[in-house]
Every structure is written in structure tokens, then in C-alpha cells.
Design a protein around this ligand. Structure first.
Ligand code: UTP
Length: 295
């Protein structure tokens, strides 16, 4: 069985991006000219996903509007014969079948995933966090789906996390099978660095068997009184083997200010219309900084 449905949780409050997120979803922050969530949706499509459920909440209407048709704008661009921009705008709204489900309160990632249970039914599905961008020729979600198709087991994407950041992630204990695959033995939500079972953290990509829903529900509220996905994964691991996959690709945590700035620099350097100017500008800044350091 393969994976055709995906959940993109995007109902969090984005407090690390206040005050911007007072009135705009962090998933709509632009990486130059394209909102973060478009990259996430594109990764899902490139991984073979045909049906996407975005979990939204209060103040997240901009996401729905973004993926909807925009007749006035299209009419305006058509009148001006701006065919290039017209195509760009139309392409966004015809990407894929997207459904929206509201999470009434941001009660945690586990709760956000649970909101989509009825829509998913008894099928395996992917979860892609709405604020993580992963760049690779073979998308990260496709790598997880490939593992799922091989073993029929839930699979989490993991990567090495620096010591001082361990307490921001779900950290796994795993039995290595080869360079890139572990059998999950345990996962601990936001451990202190001293107590972390390894330096491998779960990032925002997962493939689950549908049994995860009952496990999230049974686990109930955890750290911060939120319904944590990590607790559901722990519970699932008691009855089903789970794999952790060290994915190939470069990840940007755009929900974090430094991660967001890094993503813009990287994408600008990859853009042939911007690359030379950006390099020149970075050169100028470095020269000024060097001079200041000498004084
Ligand atoms: P984060 O913990 O990074 O998002 O959740 P947050 O809570 O919005 O961010 P900060 O820490 O306050 O800045 C990862 C993803 O899960 C979604 C978020 O929208 C984000 O895409 N999420 C989180 C939900 O959909 N619902 C929740 O209750 C929590």
C-alpha cells in the first residue's frame, strides 16, 4: 500500500515570530517571494501525495486565500497582458486537492494531527510540518514513503541536532540498521541535553500507519498540557515497529528566526537573478565588519 494523503499542521501560534504572527500565519512568511507553505505543499506533491489536509486555526485565513483562485487579480493581470504573472498566480491555485480543517485551540501537534482522522480513514498518511523546508532532489517525504513501501512501518525523519538545541526536539533512541536507518527504541520530547538518549532529533516529516490516531488519543496530554505527537509515537512503538530515517537533504527550520534568515540567504544564492548581487552585498558587509574588528 502506498501513501496518497498528507496532513500539514499549520495551526500553531508562531510565538517566535511575534509581532508579525499577530496577524499573519508564520507558514505564510515569504522566502523572497514564495510563502514557506508553498514549498511544503510542493514537496508533498513531488512525493506522490494527491490529497492534502491543512490544519488551520484562528488568524490563518491567509493560507486558504493563498491556495484559492483570485479572480480580481487574474482579471487585472489578463487586462495588462501580464501572462507570466498570470500563469504564476493560476499555477498556485491549481496545485493539488487541498482541504482545510480547523483546530479550535492550539492544543499541540498531536491534537492537530488528530483533527484529520476522519478525513484520513484507515490509510497510511504523511505529516509535513508547515514551517520546515527540506531541499533535496528526492524529497524527504518521498524517502519516508519509500521506506514505508518497503517495510510497511511508520517512519520518522531524523537529523543530528546540536547539543544546545536538543531540548527543542523529540530525541530518539534507535538501533542502527545501516547508515541511514534506525529501529526506534524510544523517543523523548524536549529532553535536557544531559538526559537526551542520542543527538538524533525528529524533524517535521513523518509517515504513519492509521493506528497512530488511537495512540495519540490514548496518550492524552503531555508536556505543557499539550497533546504531543511524540507521546503518540511512543505509544505506537509499543505495538508496532517504527523506523527513523536519517534523510538526505538540507533542512531549514523557518519557524526559528535564524533558520528563516538562513533559508532566505540560501534561496537567494540559488536564484540566478539575485546571486551575483547578493554575493557582492555580502562581500561589502564582510569588508565593513573586518574594518570594524581592526579598530
Ligand atoms: P511549532 O511548535 O514549531 O509551532 O509547531 P508554534 O507553536 O506555532 O511555534 P512557536 O514555538 O510558538 O513559535 C510545528 C508545527 O505544528 C503546527 C504549527 O503550526 C507548526 O507548523 N502546530 C503546532 C499546530 O498545527 N497546532 C498546534 O497546536 C501546535
Amino acid at each position: 500500500m502506498t501513501v496518497k494523503k498528507a496532513i500539514i499542521p499549520a495551526a500553531g501560534l508562531g510565538t517566535r515570530f511575534l509581532p508579525a504572527t499577530k496577524s499573519m500565519p508564520k507558514e505564510m512568511l515569504p522566502i523572497i517571494d514564495t510563502p514557506v507553505i508553498q514549498y511544503v505543499v510542493e514537496e508533498a506533491i513531488a512525493s506522490g501525495i494527491e490529497d492534502i489536509i491543512i490544519i488551520t486555526g484562528r488568524g490563518k485565513r491567509a493560507i486558504e486565500d493563498y491556495f484559492d483562485d483570485s479572480p480580481e487579480l487574474e482579471m487585472h493581470l489578463a487586462k495588462k497582458h501580464n501572462t507570466e504573472l498570470l500563469k504564476l498566480v493560476r499555477d498556485v491555485s491549481s496545485l493539488v486537492d487541498i482541504h482545510y480543517i480547523r483546530q479550535k485551540e492550539p492544543n499541540g501537534l498531536g491534537d492537530a494531527v488528530l483533527r484529520a482522522e476522519k478525513h484520513i480513514g484507515n490509510e497510511p498518511f504523511a505529516v509535513l510540518l508547515g514551517d520546515d523546508i527540506i531541499v533535496n532532489d528526492k524529497p524527504c517525504t518521498a524517502q519516508l514513503i519509500e521506506n514505508f513501501e518497503k517495510y510497511g512501518r511508520s517512519t520518522l525523519a531524523v537529523e543530528e541536532v546540536p547539543y544546545e538545541k536538543l531540548s527543542s526536539y523529540g530525541i530518539i533512541k534507535g538501533k542502527p540498521l545501516n547508515d541511514s536507518l534506525y529501529v526506534l527504541e524510544d523517543i523523548v520530547e524536549k529532553p535536557s541535553p544531559e538526559a537526551a538518549p542520542s543527538n538524533m532529533g525528529a524533524i517535521g516529516r513523518y509517515v504513519f500507519t492509521p493506528e497512530i490516531f488511537d495512540c495519540i488519543r490514548d496518550a492524552g496530554a503531555g508536556i505543557g498540557s499539550e497533546i504531543q505527537l511524540t507521546d503518540g509515537i511512543r505509544a505506537l512503538n509499543r505495538t508496532q515497529m517504527i523506523y527513523a530515517c536519517r534523510f538526505k537533504g538540507k533542512r531549514f527550520d523557518t519557524g526559528d528566526r535564524l533558520g528563516y534568515v538562513k533559508s532566505i540567504v540560501d534561496f537567494a544564492l540559488k536564484n540566478e537573478n539575485l546571486r551575483e548581487d547578493i554575493l557582492e552585498y555580502i562581500g561589502e558587509i564582510l569588508a565593513v565588519e573586518k574594518d570594524l574588528a581592526k579598530k
